[in-house]
Write a protein that binds this ligand. Structure first.
Ligand SMILES: *Cc1c(COP(=O)(O)O)cnc(C)c1O
Length: 361
C-alpha cells in the first residue's frame, strides 16, 4: 500500500469545513452559518421539483438548453456562452481542470473562498495567495503576483467572507493588466444581492479573458440541489464543455433552477428583505461594540477585539441555539460571519451578542 499515493498536491488539500448545522443538547437551533436564504426556495421551484418525480427514469438533458435559455432571458445574456454546473463549485473545478496543472499558478486573495485553493491543488496547480487591503480586494498586489505561469485569477465580488466588493472600473483595470495567457474569474455567488450589478456580465461580453460564475445556492435558496453556472467567452465555453460530465445536472435540479430564475417577484422580495435586515443587523451589532464592514451580500462579518473574544462569543451563541461561522480558516480569527436570516433571527442574534458583550458567558 505504501507505494499507492495520489499525485502531488492532493495531500495538501485541507478538507472543506462547511457551516455547522447542529449543537449538541440544543434544539430549535437557528443556522446562520452557510449564507442560505432563510425563506427557502420559491414556491414555483418547489412545485417544479414535485413535477419531476414521475420522470426520474429518464436521463436528464445533456446540453441544459432550457435552463440556459431561461437564465439568458432573465439576465439579458447570450445562452450560447452559459455553462451549468453542480453548484458554481463545479464550474470553478472545470476552470482549474482545464487551465491549471503542474507548473502553473492560480491567484486568490488572502480572504478568498476556499474552493479556489482546493480546486487548484486537485488539478496539480500551485495556489498563490495575495494580500487584500483592510478586507477589500486590492488589484495591484494581484497584478504584481502575475507571471508567465499564471493561468487563473479568482475574485469573489462581493467577497465571502468579508462581504465587501470593488467597482467595475477596478475589475476592468485588473482584466486589462493580466498577462495574455491568464483568465480572470469573477465569482458572483452574491451578485444578485447587489441592486443594479450584473456580476461582470458585460465585461465578459467585451473581453476574451473574463469569466463570471453564479449560483442558485444563495438568493435562490437551492443550495441543497446544487446548481450553478458560468458565463464566458465562446472559446472558454468550448473548453469547459470538454471536461464537463454529460449528465452533470439532474432533471430535478434543472427544473427547479429554471422555475426559480423565472420567479422574479420572489427574487426581489428576498433581495429587499435582505437589504433591510442587513442594515438593521449591522447597526445593532455596532451599537453593541461589534463593528462590521459595509456588506453587499447576505451576511455580515462581525469583528471582535481578539480571537479569544470571537471564539467565546461563538460558544455563547451556540448555547443560545445560534450557529454562526468562525472564519479563522480565512485568515480572520477575530471575526464571525453571520448570515442575514429572517427578522426574528436577526433580532435574536443581535440581542445575544449584546448579552455577551454585557458579560454573559
Ligand atoms: C457559496 C459560494 C459559492 C457557491 O457555491 P455553490 O457550489 O454554487 O453552492 C461560490 N463562491 C462563493 C464565494 C460562495 O460563497
Amino acid at each position: 500500500m505504501a507505494q499507492i499515493e495520489p499525485k502531488p498536491g492532493i495531500m495538501e488539500i485541507a478538507l472543506y469545513e462547511g457551516g455547522k448545522a447542529t449543537v449538541e443538547g440544543v434544539s430549535n437551533v437557528v443556522k446562520l452559518s452557510s449564507n442560505e436564504n432563510p425563506y427557502g426556495p420559491s414556491p414555483a421551484a418547489q412545485e417544479a421539483v414535485r413535477r419531476t418525480v414521475h420522470e426520474l427514469h429518464r436521463y436528464p438533458s445533456t446540453d441544459h438548453a432550457a435552463l440556459r435559455q431561461a437564465i439568458a432571458e432573465m439576465h439579458g445574456l447570450d445562452a450560447a456562452r452559459i455553462i451549468c454546473g453542480v453548484g458554481s463549485d463545479e464550474v470553478i473545478h472545470f476552470l482549474c481542470q482545464a487551465y491549471a496543472g503542474p507548473g502553473t499558478e492560480v491567484i486568490h486573495t488572502e480572504h478568498g473562498f476556499a474552493m479556489y485553493r482546493i480546486s487548484t491543488l486537485a488539478a496539480g496547480g500551485t495556489p498563490v495567495e495575495v494580500p487584500e487591503r483592510e478586507r477589500v480586494t486590492d488589484v495591484d498586489p494581484i497584478l504584481n503576483a502575475c507571471n508567465e505561469n499564471t493561468r487563473l485569477v479568482f475574485i469573489a465580488n462581493p467577497n465571502n467572507p468579508t462581504g465587501t466588493m470593488i467597482g467595475l472600473a477596478e475589475i476592468e483595470r485588473l482584466a486589462e493588466g493580466l498577462p495574455p495567457q491568464c483568465l480572470l474569474v469573477l465569482d458572483g455567488a452574491y451578485a444578485e444581492y447587489v441592486e443594479g450589478y450584473d456580476g461582470g456580465a458585460r465585461l465578459v461580453e467585451m473581453r476574451d479573458n473574463v469569466v463570471m460564475t453564479r449560483t442558485f445556492s444563495k438568493l435562490y435558496g437551492l443550495g441543497g440541489l446544487r446548481v450553478g453556472w458560468g458565463y464566458a467567452p465562446k472559446h472558454v465555453i468550448d473548453v469547459l464543455n470538454r471536461v464537463r460530465g454529460p449528465f452533470n445536472l439532474s432533471s430535478t435540479a434543472l427544473a427547479a433552477a429554471e422555475a426559480a430564475v423565472r420567479d422574479t417577484a420572489y427574487v426581489e422580495k428576498c433581495r429587499d428583505d435582505n437589504t433591510r435586515l442587513r442594515a438593521w443587523l449591522s447597526e445593532a451589532l455596532a451599537e453593541h461594540g461589534v463593528p462590521c464592514d459595509t456588506s453587499t451580500a447576505n451576511f455580515v462579518l462581525a469583528r471582535f477585539g481578539s480571537r479569544e473574544e470571537a471564539e467565546a462569543c461563538d460558544a455563547y451563541l451556540q448555547t443560545q441555539g445560534l450557529i454562526v461561522r468562525r472564519v479563522a480558516g480565512y485568515n480572520l480569527p477575530n471575526c464571525l460571519r453571520i448570515t442575514v436570516g429572517d427578522e426574528a433571527s436577526c433580532r435574536r442574534v443581535a440581542y445575544c451578542v449584546g448579552q455577551f458583550k454585557a458579560g454573559a458567558r
